[in-house]
Design a protein around this ligand. Structure first.
Ligand SMILES: [Zn+2]
Ligand SMILES: [Zn+2]
Length: 378
């Protein structure tokens, strides 16, 4: 266990402090260090826990006496009896934490407004949609089937065909309790246990939903896949999720987009990449070749002397940009195919070709082949 600070020091009071002084100091410090007042600040949270622990011990006369005598090393047995939670001096810490602040939210008159727990919102639904690269590029209208929980149409989500207003909560679905605590009045709001938060008590259970008030159904939904969308992106359809309690909003529907891999075009952000294989003869002599694009094949000129690994850039033939104007580029990576099976005649032709060629055949007269190779890797 890490070295624990002195409880009096934590609360900023003297060892002779009265109960009222301890209480006053705790209230003041707890207010400024409460986690809800310092969201995400773990130091404040630790400090708040430390404060509450110190207060728990010093506000209990027996526990305070034991602490004054033994300090933090309270022995099990006699001396520890005064601590709430028996032998463990800090076992009751969580209880006091929750008693004061009720599930970490402030109670009415102590710090401010209470957190209302009315009918709860429906949960979110999720569905996957697979689109082709072309659909991702230009957008598409798709119909998707979504399994969602809806309020039963027969009983309007109540769960019964005959029901009466809940006498406990008068139809509100939640109940407020006001309690006196050492820190003042505490107000908590909880779902009504009589009606389970529905606000109505059921007399005749609905057959359609067997009393749950909800039915699960498959809903067909048309949606627009926006142009330029990428795999893994999610579209949110507000209110398209599962039904909530009667009177509460439904959840949202998230549509996760999965873009199918294309056989010819690989996506690289807003650019597209196509690997093109041409014969070594076409690479040497130059050729007109067909390059697949999103709009269909496009004829492109490959220059004579094109090297393996060369890149041809087709400006503006890439992916449309999501929520921006313009398009990326289509980059064509050139692969040069070398023959793997030659007939006797072809072999002879190549041998004749080879016998007539020298270094200048490959370097085009400007620098040696190795100089140019160095240029590629520089
Ligand atoms: Zn029903
Ligand atoms: Zn009720």
């Amino acid at each position: 266990m890490a070295t624990k600070r002195d409880y009096y020091e934590i609360l900023g009071v003297s060892r002779e402090a009265s109960d009222a002084e301890i209480k006053k100091s705790y209230r003041r410090l707890a207010r400024s260090h409460h986690p809800d007042a310092n969201p995400g600040d773990h130091e404040a949270e630790d400090r708040f826990k430390e404060l509450t622990e110190a207060y728990e011990v010093l506000s209990n006369p027996e526990a305070r006496r034991a602490y004054d005598t033994y300090g933090h090393q309270v022995p099990r047995g006699a001396g520890a009896a005064g601590y709430p939670g028996g032998g463990d001096p800090f076992g009751g810490f969580q209880d006091i934490f929750e008693a004061f602040f009720g599930d970490r939210s402030f109670g009415g008159s102590f710090f401010g407004a209470s957190t209302a727990q009315g009918p709860s919102r429906g949960s979110d639904a999720e569905v996957d949609v697979e689109v082709s690269l072309r659909e991702a590029a230009f957008g598409a209208d798709r119909e998707v089937n979504v399994q969602v929980v809806r309020n039963c149409g027969v009983c309007d989500g109540v769960g019964g065909t005959e029901s009466h207003v809940c006498p406990t909560c008068s139809g509100a679905g939640s109940v407020r309790t006001v309690r006196e605590s050492i820190l003042g009045q505490m107000v908590t709001t909880q779902a009504c246990s009589t009606c389970g938060g529905r606000g109505r008590v059921i007399d005749v259970v609905c057959d359609n939903c067997r009393g749950s008030g909800k039915i699960s159904e498959v809903e067909a939904r048309r949606l627009r896949v926006p142009e330029g969308i990428e795999s893994g992106m999610r579209l949110r359809i507000s209110g398209g999720g599962h039904a909530g309690d009667p009177g509460a909003a439904p959840g949202d529907l998230y549509v996760r987009i999965n873009v199918k891999e294309d056989q010819e075009l690989m996506r690289d952000g807003e650019d597209l990449i196509h690997r093109m294989r041409i014969s070594f003869v076409d690479a040497a002599l130059g050729a007109e070749v067909d390059v697949p694009t999103l709009e269909g094949p496009k004829q492109v000129r490959v220059d004579a002397g094109t090297q393996p690994g060369a890149t041809l850039t087709l400006r503006g033939d890439g992916m449309p940009r999501l929520r921006r104007r313009g398009r990326g580029d289509l980059k064509v990576l050139v692969d040069v195919m070398v023959p793997t099976r030659l007939t006797a005649e072809q072999r002879e032709l190549l041998e004749r070709f080879e016998s007539t060629s020298g270094e200048e055949t490959y370097n085009g007269g400007g620098g040696s082949f190795f100089d140019r190779l160095r240029g590629v890797f520089r």
